[in-house]
Design a protein around this ligand. Sequence first.
Ligand SMILES: [Zn+2]
Length: 244
Amino acid sequence: MNVLFVGAHPDDIEIWCGGTAALYAKQGHKVFFCIATNGNVGSASLPANEIAAIRKKEATNGAAVIGATLIWLGFDDEFLLDSRETRLAFIEAFRQAKPDVVICHWRSDYNPDHSISGMVVDECIHMAGIPNIKTETAPFLEIPHVYFMDTPAGVGFEPEIYVDITETFATKVKMVAQHVSQNGWMKNIFGYELEAFLEIPARFRGLQAGCEMAEAFRPSYRWGRMFKEHYLPGSLRGPQKMPD
Ligand SMILES: [Zn+2]
């Protein structure tokens, strides 16, 4: 399968679903990381263009840990808007990745870039197949499975499907650790060391799911997307029937 993760900022995918991305990669699926914004406000000391360049390099390194392909959209951090330009950029990303599965942010997450990117994915995924909507790459007609990833500390997010990430948690930590510029910064904002920041929610979701460590998801239910199976790897709820 082709699996497309869409994150608002350069480290989001790794933080909230890096363990699941690592599982997909381990099972031989082709993984894409599409990052909507360039992270250009992610520093208290460096100017916007410098921190954006650093974060693109870090995102490349994070994706490289599992051999994921990076799709970098480059919108300004904290100012992702639901506009024609944004939708066309997302549609082009869908067409490049040709996904069987898309995983995006929850539509009412804590940060507007998260919520808007999740909303644009959920609203616009079917537009990838419409020929009169022109982008560089040809239309992609398949309708993928769409899942929302967890929110920070799980606030306002009631999971329906859990993925056991016990075996890939160390890989997840390694992926997040590539975002060197954000490690001290995150500690200042959230008050946690990197590994604890990842481990606490993983153990909490694991406690809910009946395994050591888990990541949590919800499917997007839309007409035309009411699939009987779901395509999350090694998951702990509901039927699973993934293509080879
Ligand atoms: Zn973010």
